[in-house]
Write a new protein. Structure first.
Length: 295
């Protein structure tokens, strides 16, 4: 991509998300000259794609550029790329949040846990940005094929849920003084790795149409559940050997069970995302029966 094409892409992002009033405002946000903004926007303004109050006519943009766009070169509807990058960034951010939460357990470090919880605020904000962007597209043309773009909302919502479960893990470190023993930590390490793989497989399937990753995801899910069972059995064994005269000791087992469940739920949510991918790319309806009730 040439520098001018990349800059035009940035300009369109600003028009779509920030709704600038003038070309001076666009130039200021990007740190470039107003003349350069004018030069890049001129062909789109002449074709009435970008209008004078600096909004984008997505239907005209799609009509002219959807199949032969030299700037974005996307097979998808031209509106999709405007939200797709947000979803990619949100995926990487959530994976970082999960990693930091696990690092907090690994190092028994409340400071790292606090940092992970701060990342969750950003995760929530990223979801809101995806949601508001989707609403903008639907408001522009509520009856077009853009209705399918609502699935972006659902993927972002599921990523936010993964972020919430990551927060449960971080809170365990903050609220519990006892570090996790090495034997259980090895199992949690495997569950964490499976959670990270699951998130990657599912979002890659949605964003890049790699639906063949479903097989990899389901294999990973099976391993996740196997390790969940190992972890719970280990906890049950430790509980039998432990006196519960100390309330704090009993609470530890309750809260560490929630950590195990959090990793398992990340895998389940990833399956929900890949089902959204099948609906988005192949028009395969999602199952109406909750996964917990399926054979």
């Amino acid at each position: 991509m040439t520098k001018s094409n990349k800059t035009l892409e940035d300009i369109i992002d600003i028009i779509f998300y920030d709704k600038p009033a003038t070309q001076e405002e666009i130039a200021e946000k990007l740190g470039i000259s107003r003349r350069y903004v004018t030069q890049l926007l001129k062909p789109l303004i002449e074709k009435d794609i970008v209008k004078r109050s600096y909004v984008i006519d997505l239907n005209k943009y799609d009509e002219i550029y959807s199949s032969s766009n030299p700037i974005f070169n996307s097979k998808q509807h031209s509106a999709y790329f405007l939200i797709e990058n947000l979803l990619k960034n949100m995926t990487e951010h959530v994976k970082k949040e999960v990693q930091m939460s696990f690092d907090a357990i690994l190092n028994n470090d409340a400071e790292i846990a606090d940092q992970a919880l701060e990342l969750d605020f950003t995760t929530n904000n990223m979801f809101e940005k995806v949601r508001s962007s989707v609403e903008t597209v639907i408001n522009i043309d509520p009856h077009s094929k853009l209705s399918k773009i609502l699935l972006f909302n659902e993927v972002a919502y599921n990523l936010e849920r993964i972020g919430d479960y990551s927060g449960h893990i971080a809170k365990f470190v903050i609220n519990e003084e006892h570090p996790v023993d090495d034997e259980l930590l090895k199992i949690l390490n495997k569950m964490h790795n499976y959670a990270q793989k699951s998130i990657s497989y599912s979002t890659d399937a949605f964003i890049s149409k790699n639906l063949e990753l479903r097989g990899d995801l389901m294999d990973t899910e099976e391993k996740m559940h196997e390790n969940q069972e190992k972890a719970l059995n280990l906890i049950a064994k430790q509980m039998i050997e432990t006196s519960f005269d100390n309330v704090e000791e009993s609470n530890y087992y309750i809260y560490i069970s929630r950590v195990i469940k959090s990793f398992e739920r990340m895998g389940d949510i990833s399956v929900e995302i890949i089902e959204l991918a099948a609906e988005f790319h192949k028009d395969i309806p999602r199952p109406t029966i909750p996964r917990t009730f399926r054979e």
